[in-house]
Design a protein. Sequence first.
Length: 158
Amino acid sequence: MFRQLFTIIVCATITACVGQTAAPSGSSTASPSPKNQSIPTPDKPPVPAPDDQSTQDAQQTAAAVSLVPRQQTAIDPVTLVGMTNDRITALFGMPVFVRRDPPSEFWRYRAKSCVMLLFFYRQNGKQRVNHIETRNSDSRPIEPANCVAQLRKQPVGG
C-alpha cells in the first residue's frame, strides 16, 4: 500500500514539474541515443555498447544524470530504480552500510539530514535497485529528490 501511494505521489510530482518547465529559447531537446551507441562521459571516450541490456543501462543513467563536466544536475529518484550497484556507486559513492541477504541487498546512504535506503534484487543477471526509501533524521519519510540531491557524489575536479 505504501509503495503504491509513494509511486502515485512521485508520478504526480514529476508530472507537475514537467508541465512547468520549458526549454530556454533557442535550445533544442536531445533525441534519444540510437541503439548500440554509447553515451560519452567527460573522462572516457565513447565505446559501443556490447548488447541491448548495456544500452538500456546507459540510457537509464543518461536519463538520471546529465554528463556535462563539472556541473551537478538533479537526479530524478524514479530513474534510480533498475540501476545496477555499479551505477549507484558511481553516482553516490560507497554506502555507509550494506546488508546482503540473498537474493537481495540493502544499501544505506546517510547525509546530515536524511537517509536513503536502496533495495537491490537480481534482475537480468545483475543486482538492480528495486525500491527506494528516504527518511529524515527522525526516521520519518521525506521527499526523495531532496535527499538524493544531498547525497549526490561530488564531480571530480569540481
